[in-house]
Design a protein around this ligand. Structure first.
Ligand SMILES: Nc1nc2c(c(=O)[nH]1)N[C@H]1C(S)=C(S)[C@@H](COP(=O)(O)OP(=O)(O)OC[C@H]3O[C@@H](n4cnc5c(=O)[nH]c(N)nc54)[C@H](O)[C@@H]3O)O[C@H]1N2
Ligand SMILES: Nc1nc2c(c(=O)[nH]1)N[C@H]1C(S)=C(S)[C@@H](COP(=O)(O)OP(=O)(O)OC[C@H]3O[C@@H](n4cnc5c(=O)[nH]c(N)nc54)[C@H](O)[C@@H]3O)O[C@H]1N2
Ligand SMILES: [Mo]
Length: 556
């Protein structure tokens, strides 16, 4: 948003198979975005070059031309060193810089600090690799960057993204087909939720909540007074709960006691809440402390739209009736609003709500349920009129904010580094077979048969030193808590590093993580904290070999 004026995937999924060069940084694409991962495999088979920057030897890394197996949290060094190479080799796109950007002289001056020898020391990636990859990226026309949580979920996450945005602009890989900076969004409709205004900063369509004109527009449309200030970020709310300044909380479709950081601490605060509403399709850990539970209908039980990661709005249609008292979330929300005294319109269906969205946000003005019913592949916003075909790639006439901003970034180390007491670095994430808080996938016996418990990836030499073997249970402890997990010698992590997934309630990894976030975005540092491993005596028999095999070769 700050660099280009839009914080979304710039290009589209169908472009991937036509690429000649893919730079995947901090994204385990084949497990977390398997369909997009498949497009990358197709490009690969066509002969596209693949570079993966990831501390772990994930599947894509095994098949990459270059695997930059960097130290966790060292991405600013890696990316800035690549930028420096591009300057030194005379490969910058001066025409793009002059026409479409601001701040280049300051950025260029700052890059002087990022020499290759030091970059190799800081990242662990050979200088020759950094240089070769930078040159190839700058020289290849159809070259695109993909990133996900491996670089956003850090206390310096925004610096990582600014650095990538700088790289894309200095090489002119923006506003063109088969290029761009592509953030792969997480949940199926997380893009749609943000578009619809489920963020503290914006009303629907990224219209800034603090802009008096915008405020006036929505006050008129909704016939009510609206606050002149922005809302609270998620992490600020969680802090408020811990400190007792938040008295009430309405949680809809999140399991905060599994997915927020440092949950032991958070749980004390949640117990003290005066009023906790939980609206979900299932009971989960958060429900335990709820005063009221509002049962929602799931995706197959309601009508509406989903907006996926490439800004593509598609219809989702009701296939089965919701069970019991469960109802679509929008109906529940409208009833709550009315009960609270607001004259919410009596929408007849989700299509009427979409029509209101389209009337208030120019970038969706051309999208309606009727039109989507005739357009099975959906419409990509911006789609500004009923005649507009939607937008396959953004920033065609330059960054949407006018001039793209080069933002100077400097390395900041992670907040908690290993020491004598907690000698391992823990990173967390997801596996192919489970989904996020696990509320849904842990209910599925087929999924549980594949991966039924929390495994911790450990380097073989570390395991030998600790006297533990594959399948042994260990206690994983940090300054904030401890949980059990089963050792998995995956061959994917570096020495001194361990990795765990977030899907299990009986091994809830956020009991371990640090609740320090990025100062701008608030996103927690889920990818780095210090832990120790304590071998446990009760060596239960290992899970069936097939299960471990399935995780080890998730593509099989
Ligand atoms: N099967 C499945 N798919 C999912 C989900 C799921 O739970 N299960 N969840 C969805 C959601 S909400 C999201 S947000 C996405 C997330 O998708 P991803 O971000 O791809 O998933 P993660 O496993 O969190 O982490 C990605 C990678 O970051 C790497 N990494 C860790 N630290 C660093 C670092 O310092 N630098 C770099 N360069 N890389 C690092 C990890 O080794 C890992 O391979 O997945 C979505 N898709
Ligand atoms: N340590 C660590 N922590 C992390 C992460 C990490 O990588 N490491 N990743 C973070 C990320 S990127 C994310 S997105 C979060 C995910 O964390 P959560 O959002 O907590 O997890 P989900 O499993 O996606 O979904 C939460 C709830 O939504 C409910 N739900 C599903 N469909 C509907 C519906 O239609 N209506 C309603 N009302 N409810 C519904 C599910 O039943 C579930 O209880 O976790 C974050 N936490
Ligand atoms: Mo996510």
């Amino acid at each position: 948003m700050k660099s280009f004026g839009a914080g979304v995937m710039s290009n589209s999924i169908p472009e991937i198979r036509e690429l000649d060069f893919m730079f995947i940084i901090g994204s385990n694409t084949t497990e977390a975005h398997p369909i997009i991962g498949m497009e990358m495999k197709i490009a690969r088979q066509r002969g596209a070059r693949l570079v993966v920057a990831d501390p772990r030897k994930i599947w894509l890394a095994e098949h990459a031309d270059v695997h930059m197996q960097l130290k966790p949290g060292s991405d600013v060094w890696l990316i800035n060193a690549m930028a420096k190479v591009i300057v030194d080799e005379g490969l910058v796109n001066q025409d793009f810089i002059d026409k479409h950007t601001e701040g280049w002289p300051a950025l260029k001056a700052n890059l002087e600090k990022f020499n290759l020898a030091e970059a190799e020391r800081m990242t662990g990636v050979p200088a020759a690799d950094i240089k070769a990859v930078a040159v190839e990226y700058a020289k290849t026309r159809k070259a695109a960057i993909y990133y996900t949580l491996g670089i956003t979920e850090h206390a310096h996450g925004t610096d990582n993204i600014f650095s990538l945005a700088n790289l894309v602009m200095m090489t002119g890989h923006l506003g063109v087909p088969f290029g761009g900076l592509n953030s792969l969004r997480g949940q199926n409709n997380v893009q749609g939720a943000t578009d619809a205004g489920a963020t503290p900063l914006y009303y629907v369509g990224f219209q800034p909540a603090q802009d008096p004109e915008v405020q006036k527009k929505f006050e008129q449309a909704w016939a009510t007074d609206l606050p002149a200030t922005i809302g609270k970020h998620l992490n600020t709310m969680m802090k408020g709960i811990e400190e007792g300044s938040m008295k009430a909380l309405y949680v809809m479709g999140e399991d905060i006691l599994i997915s927020e950081p440092n949950t032991n601490h958070l749980e004390h605060g949640v117990k003290e809440l005066e009023f906790l509403i939980h609206q979900d399709i299932f009971m989960n850990e958060t429900t335990k402390y709820a005063h009221v539970v509002l049962p929602g209908a799931n995706f197959a039980e309601k009508d509406g739209v989903f907006t996926n990661t490439d800004r593509r709005v598609q219809r989702v249609r009701k296939a089965v009736n919701p069970p019991g008292n469960a109802r679509p979330d929008w109906q529940i929300l409208c009833d709550v609003a009315r009960a609270a005294g607001y004259a919410m319109p009596h929408y007849k269906n989700a299509g009427e709500i979409y029509a209101e969205i389209a009337s208030l946000a120019p970038r969706y003005a051309g999208i309606s349920h009727e039109r989507l019913d005739r357009t099975p592949m959906g419409l990509q916003w911006p789609c500004t009129s009923p005649e507009h075909d939607g937008t396959v790639y953004m920033h065609k006439d330059g960054p949407v904010k006018g001039k793209g901003s080069f933002i100077v970034t400097n390395y900041r180390p992670p907040v908690e580094l290993p020491d004598e007491e907690y000698p391992f670095n823990l990173a967390t994430g997801r596996v192919l077979y489970h989904y996020n808080a696990g509320t849904q996938t842990r209910r599925d016996s087929g999924t549980m048969a594949k991966v039924g418990e929390c495994q911790i990836e450990v380097h073989a030499e570390d395991a030998a030193r600790l006297g533990v073997a594959e399948g042994d249970w260990v206690k994983v402890v940090s300054r904030r808590g401890g949980i059990k997990a089963r050792v998995w010698l995956s061959g994917r992590v570096q020495k001194g590093h361990v990795w765990m997934p977030l899907h299990f309630t009986d091994s809830a990894i956020n009991k371990l993580t640090v609740d320090v976030g990025d100062p701008l975005a608030g996103t927690a540092e889920y990818k780095v904290c210090a832990v120790n491993l304590l071998p446990l005596k009760d060596k239960k028999p290992a899970a069936a070999g097939a299960e471990l095999e399935a995780v080890r070769h998730p593509q099989a």
